[in-house]
Each structure stands twice: as structure tokens, then as C-alpha cells.
Ligand binder design. Structure first.
Ligand code: MN
Length: 301
């Protein structure tokens, strides 16, 4: 078991919300197709202004929004306008190209959740953009509760569409619980601790840390001394190297440079073969940052 610690990243602006990023890291780019993990809050929205992310593009990935507290308004260029609520999955497939905005709602005083990305396999990364919503029925037993939003765990299966085998679940354990969770031995696994702390197969993982396990085990053991909430993520090793820069995922430097140029063309001329803007968005779209001086490198297994 390897413990990955988060680094703090400002989401933009001087007083803006700070997120704890545990993926990607120098020592680990992916867990299955999970390639990006931002964990934030509980955040006092009056002090931080909450989440204010104007329209921006994505390619080659799916975004997973998972909230513990608060609400976020989502708009995308495929015509979806949705409210992201605690315990409900919002899965946006960028595919060949989408843009979206995310704003915490006026009624939100505390924002607490996670924003994750799934890399699309090469065979499916040009699919048409789409958006799915799913509210999993909680599974409970003595000392624990689970919400399985992607894949199958503890007798619960999510119906949402992913392009590689994956697992995504929220678990809350009472203090003094030991829970043995059957898992697919072909999956590598990540356990992100939201609050509380636990031992994962006997080794400690503190709040905000991500415990990583290689494939091979038929089950994992979670033990808590205090009430603890976590996200359990997994999938078979992705097997493809990816180029990830800003909000784009591609396979080569030149491809990502072309995505950037196409988004800037949309903002300057109003026309693009790949991107559109969400309708009726209250804020102006974000420009891509300047390209790095060095070639973007492919990362992954
Ligand atoms: Mn986004």
C-alpha cells in the first residue's frame, strides 16, 4: 500500500477556493482510467465565493462530479442544464469535445465534494459528448453505508456508461468498524479519505490522503477508530499513455496544441468544428493558458 498526499491548488482568482489534488502526481498518473482527483471543502462559500468556473472545454475524458454538501449548477454545450446534488452522480462525457460551466448555487453556504476525471480509451475518445445523472440507492448494514455510483460493489451496481471497467463508490463507516470489501482482483484501487481516518489492509491512511493498492487482492479490509467517509476508486490498469494539459486529454503534443487552437478559434470567431459554448451562460468563457515551452509528455502505465 502506497499513500499519496494531496497538494493544494487554487481554482483561480485571489480569494478563490483551494482544492486538494491527489491525482495526477509524479509517482502516479492513473488508477484504472481515473486520471484526475480534486477534493475540496468543507468550504465556507461566503469567504471563498464557492465554485465559479466559467465555460471551458474538455476532450478525451469523462468528468465525475460528486458532492458531500452544497449544490452546483452545471451547463454544457450538449444542451444539459443540471443541478449537482450530494450523493448523486453527474457524469459528463466530453468525447471529441464539449464545454461546460460550474457555479455553486446561491443557496449554497458550504461546498464539499470531489471532481474526478476518467480518461477515455483510444477506441472511444472521439464519441459524441453527452451527460448522465444517477442517484444510487444507499446500501447499508451494521456500521457502514455505501453509495455505488460507478461499477459494482457490495451488491450494488450503477447503470451509468463508462468505456473501461471501473469502480466509484462513497463509503461511510462508523467508528470501531472493520469491513472486508470484496473487490475485483484485476483492479488497482484508490481509497481517498474525506474525513476521519482508517487503516487499509493494516496500514494508516489519514484524512485527505489517497491510499493506493496494486491489483491482485480479492478483498480489502477497512478499519476505523472514528467515523470515516471515503471514496473507493478502481479499475484495471489503463494500459495507454496519455497527454493531459489544462482541460484536454490527447495522445500527442500536437493533438493537444490543435485542441487549444480550436477552442481559441471559437472564442475569437464564434466558429469551431469541435467546440460550442453552453447556451445562456452568465459568464464569459475562459481562454486556454499559454502553451508550455517544452513538449508535453505522455504519462501513464
Ligand atoms: Mn470542467
Amino acid at each position: 500500500m502506497e499513500v499519496l498526499t494531496p497538494r493544494d491548488v487554487p481554482l483561480g482568482g485571489l480569494r478563490a477556493m483551494t482544492v486538494r489534488r491527489t491525482l495526477p502526481q509524479r509517482q502516479r498518473s492513473l488508477i484504472g482510467a481515473w486520471c484526475f482527483l480534486d477534493h475540496y471543502g468543507p468550504d465556507d462559500v461566503d469567504a471563498s465565493q464557492g465554485m465559479v468556473v466559467p465555460p471551458h472545454p474538455h476532450t478525451g475524458l469523462q468528468t465525475v462530479s460528486w458532492l458531500f454538501t452544497g449544490e452546483i449548477e452545471h451547463r454544457d454545450s450538449a444542451g444539459h442544464h443540471a443541478t449537482v446534488r450530494p450523493g448523486e452522480l453527474n457524469l459528463m462525457t466530453a468525447g471529441r469535445g464539449i464545454s461546460h460551466s460550474e457555479y455553486s448555487t446561491p443557496g449554497t453556504t458550504t461546498l464539499h465534494g470531489a471532481q474526478l476525471w476518467l480518461a477515455l480509451p483510444d477506441s472511444d475518445r472521439q464519441v459524441e459528448p453527452t451527460f448522465e445523472h444517477f442517484a444510487p440507492e444507499p446500501v447499508t448494514a451494521e456500521g457502514w453505508e455505501a453509495r455505488v455510483f460507478i461499477g459494482s460493489l457490495l451488491g450494488s451496481t450503477s447503470p451509468v456508461m463508462t468505456y473501461s471497467p471501473l469502480l466509484g463508490a462513497e463509503l461511510t463507516l462508523a467508528g470501531g468498524t472493520t469491513l472486508r470489501v470484496p473487490v475485483d482482483p484485476s483492479y488497482e484501487l484508490g481509497v481517498l479519505v474525506d474525513f476521519g481516518s482508517l487503516t487499509l489492509d493494516g496500514k494508516p491512511v489519514a484524512a485527505h490522503e489517497l491510499g493506493f493498492l496494486d491489483p491482485g487482492a480479492e478483498s480489502i479490509e477497512l478499519t476505523t477508530a472514528e467515523e470515516t467517509r471515503l471514496l473507493l476508486l478502481g479499475g484495471p490498469p489503463f494500459g495507454e499513455k496519455i497527454v493531459m494539459w489544462w482541460n484536454y486529454i490527447g495522445r500527442e503534443h500536437e493533438e493537444v496544441v490543435a485542441y487549444r487552437a480550436e477552442w481559441e478559434r471559437l472564442l475569437e470567431t464564434g466558429s469551431s468544428d469541435r467546440f460550442e459554448l453552453p447556451e445562456d451562460d452568465p459568464l464569459e468563457a475562459l481562454h486556454s493558458p499559454p502553451l508550455p515551452n517544452a513538449r508535453m509528455v505522455r504519462r501513464g502505465p
